[in-house]
Design a protein around this ligand. Sequence first.
Ligand code: SF4
Ligand code: SF4
Length: 139
Amino acid sequence: MDTNIDGVYLAGCAQGPKDIPDTVAQAKGAASSAIALLNKGKVKVDPIVAEINEDACSSCHICEALCPYQALVYDEQKHVMTVNQILCKGCGVCPSACPSAAIQLRHYTSIQIDAQLDALLSKRGESREERTVTEKVGV
Ligand code: SF4
Ligand code: SF4
């Protein structure tokens, strides 16, 4: 019944061939899930979503074809890709696929990932520059 898009549910032949009892059971389940969502009143969304640097986007559409959640929408007037931040699940596919490096994942930017790797690989808190010197000297 659930789909990979929050709030969208499937039942019956929309999912595949099935008989009437199965269809009715699925429809009840889908309706219950929808009511449970509506009863919450507010829905929290994950803050880790893709962000696009419009100045760097070359309109190649590569990211749009790869997004498994259909969260990328091309703006025909501005001629840039945009992110529907409600649909985006922060999976990381589009930032790694963008040939123009126009997409960053909020809270997982290249600078932040570099800093995490630096911290992970450093000995006694030494910086990347210090580590390079140490490796060259062979200490
Ligand atoms: S892959 Fe990058 S450059 Fe291409 S449309 Fe998407 S954001 Fe723009
Ligand atoms: S991070 Fe994943 S879900 Fe979000 S827009 Fe990019 S490909 Fe789609």
